[in-house]
Write a protein that binds this ligand. Structure first.
Ligand SMILES: Cc1ncc(COP(=O)(O)O)c(C=O)c1O
Length: 487
C-alpha cells in the first residue's frame, strides 16, 4: 500500500479534459471493419483517464523519482558491478550512422560498424588473454551457455562424447549451474575450502574422464581471488576437461591478470557490468565469449573477418561452428558503448579502474569489519561478503538491514548470496564511488548495526521513509498486483 498522498493520474481524470487537440485527419483511411473481423472489434473505447499534458508529465516524472538508480545514489549490489556509466557513450551509440543501420543491410554499407566490432573482439581477446572472440551472446548467462556448447562440440569432435559432467564450486553464481543444466550437462558441485577458494582435494576426487569442464569465477562471489587457480585448471586439464572462466567479475582484474594466462580455455565478458552499459532493468546486455585457438572453429557464426583488401565481411562458411546464438550479431548498441569505454580509458585507465574498485572495496571492508561478521576475512578484491549472523542473534536479519538502508538513501547490497554464507550481505562499491559516498554508506551500515543493539524494531520495521513499505515479496513476485484500483 502506497504511503504517498501524491495524486495518481487516474484520480485526476475530468470528463472532456485532454492533452493534445489534434485536427481531424484529412488522409482517407480504410474502414477498420473491412480489415478486422467484427467480433474482434471493441464496441467501446478503453476507459482511459482524461487528463491534460501537464498532468501526464507530472505523473510520470513523479513515478521516475521513486525509482532508485546509479544516477541517484550508491548502488553497492554485489556481483552486479553497478558502476556509473559515462553518458557520452550513450550519445556515441546513438549516432545516426550506427542507429540507422539495419541488420540486413549489405556489409558494404556497414564497414564502419564491422570495423568497430572486429576491433572490439580483438580488445576483448587482449584483455582476456584469449585468441578469438564472438560478440553474439546477449548476456553473461547466454555467454556461459554458448561457451558450454563449445566445450561439448570440442569433446564431440574428438569422439569423447561420454563427458557429461560440469563442475561448479558451491560459491558459484546461480547462472553457472543453470547454464550447465540448460545445455544438457549434469551439474556437480565442488566444495570450497576454509579460505573461500576451491577445495583442491574435492576437485581431484571429482575430476575424472566423465568431466566435460569446470566453470569458475575468479575472484569468486566471495570477492576472493583464488591463488590456486593454475593448479585448479591443471587438475581439470589433466583429467581431459576444459575450463570456463565466468568473467562477470572482470572489473577486479582488468590489466592486472588475464584468464587466458591463468590457463582458461573459454570465458565470457559482461559488457553491461564492466564496460559501460547501465543495467538492472533487464537489458539489453551483452556477454561476448572469447576462446583459445583450439575452440575457435566452433565459435558461433557468422564470424567477422577482414579480406586481403582490408574490407570486412560476415563469414558464414564455418563448417564446425555451433551455429548462431543470436538472430543477428549481438546487441550492437552495447558493443559500441564498450568499444568507446575501452578506447577512452586505454590500457592504463582500465587498470586504474580495477585498482580503484579493489581499493574501494577494501576501504569499506576495513570500516565495517568491527560491526559485522566477516566469514572469509582476507584482503578482498572488488567486493566482499559480510554476515549478519551476529545481528540475527539479536532478532534482526540481513534482509532487515538491507531494508533499513533504504531509509538512509542507499540501495541495499545483494542479500543471502553466496549461499555458503549465512545472512550474507554482498557489497560491491565499484570504482566510481567517491570517498564521500563510501563513507556515507559505511556510516549508514554502522548506524544500523548500532540500531540492531539499541532499537531493533526500527530496523525490523524498515523501510519507514519510502513510498511503499515492506512488501510480501513472495506474493509480489507470484501474484503481482499490477492494476490500479480506487481505495
Ligand atoms: C558471477 C556472475 N556470473 C554470471 C552472471 C550472469 O550474468 P547475466 O546477468 O548478464 O546473465 C552474473 C550476474 O550477476 C554474475 O554475477
Amino acid at each position: 500500500m502506497s504511503r504517498s498522498n501524491e495524486p495518481l493520474i487516474f484520480e485526476l481524470s475530468s470528463p472532456g479534459r485532454m492533452g493534445v487537440d489534434l485536427p481531424d485527419c484529412d488522409v482517407p483511411s480504410k474502414d477498420l471493419r473491412q480489415l478486422i473481423p467484427e467480433h474482434l472489434i471493441a464496441q467501446e473505447g478503453p476507459d482511459l483517464p482524461e487528463v491534460s499534458e501537464v498532468d501526464v508529465i507530472r505523473h510520470f516524472t513523479r513515478l521516475s523519482r521513486r525509482n532508485f538508480g546509479v544516477d541517484v545514489g550508491s548502488y553497492p549490489l554485489g556481483s552486479c558491478t553497478m558502476k556509473y556509466n559515462p553518458k557520452v557513450n550513450e550519445d556515441i551509440a546513438r549516432l545516426s550512422g550506427f542507429e540507422s543501420l539495419h541488420p540486413l543491410q549489405p556489409v558494404e554499407d556497414a564497414q564502419g560498424l564491422l570495423a568497430l566490432m572486429y576491433e572490439l573482439e580483438q580488445f576483448l581477446c587482449e584483455i582476456g588473454g584469449m585468441d578469438c572472440a564472438s560478440l553474439q551472446p546477449a548476456a553473461g548467462a547466454h555467454g556461459e551457455m554458448t561457451g558450454l556448447m563449445l566445450i561439448r562440440a570440442f569433446h564431440n569432435a574428438r569422439g569423447d562424447a561420454k563427458r557429461r559432467k560440469v563442475l561448479v564450486p558451491d560459491s558459484s553464481h546461480g547462472t553457472n549451474p543453470a547454464s550447465a543444466a540448460l545445455t544438457g550437462f549434469e551439474v556437480v558441485e565442488v566444495k570450497s575450502n576454509d579460505q573461500g577458494g576451491v577445495d583442491l582435494d574435492d576437485l581431484r576426487r571429482l575430476a575424472d574422464d566423465s568431466v566435460a569442464g569446470l566453470m569458475l569465477t575468479n575472484p569468486n562471489t566471495l570477492g576472493i581471488f583464488d591463488a590456486n587457480v593454475k593448479e585448479i585448471v591443471k587438475i581439470v586439464h589433466d583429467a581431459g576437461g576444459l575450463t570456463y572462466y565466468d568473467g562477470a567479475n572482470m572489473n577486479a582484474i582488468l590489466g592486472i591478470c588475464r584468464p587466458g594466462d591463468m590457463g582458461f580455455d573459454v570465458m565470457h565478458f559482461n559488457l553491461h557490468k564492466t564496460f559501460s552499459t547501465p543495467h538492472g532493468g533487464g537489458g539489453p546486455g551483452s556477454g561476448p565469449i572469447a576462446v583459445k585457438e583450439h575452440l575457435a572453429r566452433f565459435l558461433p557464426k557468422p564470424r567477422i573477418r577482414r579480406d586481403d583488401e582490408g574490407r570486412f565481411y560476415l563469414d558464414q562458411d564455418c563448417p564446425d561452428s555451433i551455429g548462431k546464438v543470436s538472430s543477428f550479431y549481438g546487441n550492437v548498441g552495447v558493443c559500441i558503448k564498450a568499444y568507446c569505454y575501452i578506447r577512452q580509458l586505454g590500457a592504463e585507465g582500465l587498470t586504474e579502474a580495477s585498482k580503484h574498485a579493489v581499493l574501494n572495496a577494501n576501504y569499506l571492508l576495513a570500516r565495517l569489519r568491527g560491526a559485522f561478521d566477516v566469514p572469509y576475512d582476507r584482503a578482498c578484491m572488488h567486493e566482499f561478503v559480510l554476515s549478519a549472523a551476529r545481528q540475527k542473534k539479536l532478532g534482526v536479519k540481513a534482509g532487515d538491514i538491507a531494508k533499513r538502508l533504504l531509509d538512509y538513501g542507499v540501495h541495499p547490497p545483494t542479500m543471502y548470496f553466496p549461499l555458503i554464507v549465512s545472512e550474507a550481505l554482498m557489497i560491491e562499491p565499484t570504482e566510481t564511488e567517491s570517498i564521500e559516498a563510501l563513507d556515507a554508506f559505511a556510516d549508514a551500515m554502522l548506524a544500523i548495526a548500532e540500531e540492531c543493539e539499541r532499537d531493533k524494531d526500527k530496523v525490523i520495521g524498515a523501510p519507514h521513509t519510502t513510498v511503499v513499505g515492506r512488501l510480501d515479496e513472495v506474493r509480489a513476485a507470484r501474484k503481482p498486483d499490477l492494476k490500479w484500483s480506487r481505495g
